[in-house]
Design a protein. Sequence first.
Length: 269
Amino acid sequence: MHIKRIVILLFVLVFAVFPAFCLNSLREALPGLSEEEIQSLLNGETIKAYTVKGDKTAVLAAANSIAYNMASDTQDLDYAFSEALVSFVPYNDEFKSMTEDEIYLELFNTMQKISTVVGITYRSHSSGGEEEVLFTDAYMLSSSNKKNRIDDPVYDSVPNRTSSYAYLKDNRFGGNVYKIEYYAYGNEIFLEITNTKTMKYMGFSCVAANALHMYVDAVMTEEGVVVYGLAVVYNQKPTVNVLVTSVDLPSAFMKRLTSLKDWFIESVI
């Protein structure tokens, strides 16, 4: 895992020195999808994939993207499972009046607004499909100490890479400190969220520290932004038994990816 991540980091650092790429069309950005699937994205639908069901997660990522490389490296591992989704958001009227560089900066700063995930909802199976609040508290940190709270940063220009921490209080997994890393080059902004401590469900250990990696990837195209989400969990069985119930981790983390994707899209529309 670490070697593959180093390769991706080198990929980012090498290409970050070059000017922004020319934007592809949505069709060119997602060559692995059928015409029917492209039309589904244009209709506002989300396409999902689970490796526990034998799906490939890389096919949903934009070609030649950081996300594509990460998904390709992890989708066939026998010691990890992952799930992915892809959506598309067309440029609104405000974005249409902006330059590509201005849109890129706006997308980057939107991803920095971690505190605004408070209140986002998801549909809970345990509550009969009713919507529940996912994150009841969230804020950026200057270090891994959850007491070192800072405001969401705002940038005047997009750096190639930034690293920080955030505290997220999840309604099922409780409060946890996550490492937050951003990578930006060309027409892509890639966000990685990693748990720094063991995650617990109802007080029972569920996911080991540094085992969960959630990614949100935004790739600019001619028509709008491809939003891709990926969650990878290493050295962990997909189902965890807790007292008289069981936790389906692929489903749980897909709900969180969906909520994060919706939060990002709603923030830029």
